[in-house]
Design a protein around this ligand. Structure first.
Ligand code: SAM
Ligand code: SF4
Ligand code: SF4
Length: 335
């Protein structure tokens, strides 16, 4: 029987953040003024070990989770990541195992990740223009490096590949159509994401959001499109196809059209706190349970009970007042 929250939503997706560190400093996620040389990242012994992650994931899968996404921070900076994938892959009843990365280290890791059992991959890339890309990511990594990573991922079979593009007003609107065109021709699925008010450090404001409607109009003006059906309940992106039959893309409208009603996701932080909403302020500490001899049954009971109490619908309630709430940082729990 499904474990439902107070709004009737089942727990289906688990996002596991394996590190709070990153080799980029995207302005919308980890602005360098905050995440600078003095920032206190988690110590190694605070992180869940791979054994602890796999144990928790197994319990979550037994409680209804069907999809796991590995994220971060930047997941590829954590050592021996393929080892984690290999062990998660063994979980019976897990239908989908995927990962989101900025692509900087993907060229070398695509093959080992595929060999370990990763099914497919999402790569974030906000512009094909080197200057705009540098402005967004505040890193010295080039667009070419990320494209090489995507090419390798395709070569080894980590497909279908999705490309996440955060759109920020005044920075990368001009990149929307070139990115749509480029990845359509390669057969990858782009998802344009409205700039979100995650965390408290990214200087978010409504004026910096490019509404999905505007993104759709920009694409449609050059590459005619039409809406298509969602693949399944809880799919985050609204899907569109190109009328010439050359593929599809999506938009993620957390700001202009919230989708809390279908939100089936929970997020595990690197130190083992479970957040039932991307905009949560506190998580439930599962690391303590994992490290103090609790049985699998006890942990499952806590998980089912936590999910059963869940009332989250932040995006639907977003107002000027909610902007003052303390929210977990995106780089801590992943997208
Ligand atoms: N480092 C990896 C990456 O960038 O793909 C994984 C973690 S990152 C936090 C996951 C996703 O969240 C990325 O696609 C990123 O673009 C997106 N993201 C981060 N901050 C965001 C924001 N303020 N609004 C919308 N999306 C955001
Ligand atoms: Fe790092 Fe990803 Fe955040 Fe960019 S979006 S700073 S790559 S965690
Ligand atoms: Fe889910 Fe929270 Fe986002 Fe709503 S605001 S879709 S409940 S993560």
């Amino acid at each position: 029987m499904d474990n439902l929250d107070t709004l009737g939503r089942p727990l289906r997706d688990l996002r596991i953040s394996v590190t709070d560190r990153c080799n980029f400093r995207c302005v919308y996620c980890m602005p360098r003024e905050v995440f600078g040389p003095d920032f206190q990242f988690l110590d190694r012994d605070e992180l869940l070990t791979y054994e602890e992650i796999v144990r928790f994931a197994k319990i979550a899968v037994e409680s209804g989770v069907e999809k796991i996404r590995i994220t971060g921070g930047e997941p590829l900076v954590r050592r021996d990541l393929p080892l984690l994938i290999q062990n998660l892959k063994k979980l019976e009843d897990l239908k989908d195992l995927t990962l989101t990365t900025n692509g900087a280290l993907l060229a070398d890791l695509a093959a080992p990740l595929y060999d370990a059992g990763l099914s497919r991959i999402t790569v974030s890339l906000d512009s094909l223009d080197e200057d705009i890309f540098r402005e967004m990511t505040d890193s010295t990594v080039s667009v070419q490096t990320v494209l090489k990573g995507i090419e390798e991922a395709q070569k080894v079979g980590l497909t279908p590949i999705k490309i996440n593009v955060v759109v920020k007003r005044g920075v990368n609107e001009q990149s929307i159509v070139p990115i749509a065109r480029y990845f359509k021709d390669l057969g990858h699925i782009v998802r344009f994401i409205e700039f979100m008010d995650v965390g408290n450090t990214n200087a978010w404001s409504l004026e910096k959001v490019v509404p999905a409607q505007e993104i759709l109009e920009a694409i449609n003006a050059e590459l005619p499109i039409e809406a298509i059906q969602a693949n399944y309940r809880g799919e985050v992106a609204q899907r569109y196809r190109y009328l010439d039959g050359s593929g599809e893309f999506g938009v993620i409208t957390s700001i202009t059209q919230p989708f809390c009603g279908d939100c089936t996701r929970a997020r595990l932080s690197p130190e083992g706190e479970l957040f039932t909403c991307l905009f949560g302020s506190t998580g439930y500490d599962f690391r303590s349970l994992l490290r103090t001899g609790a049985s699998d049954d006890q942990i499952m009971k806590e998980l089912v009970s936590l999910w059963g109490r869940r009332t989250d619908k932040y995006s639907e309630l977003r107002t000027a007042a909610t902007q003052d709430l303390i929210r977990v940082e995106m780089s801590h729990i992943g997208g």
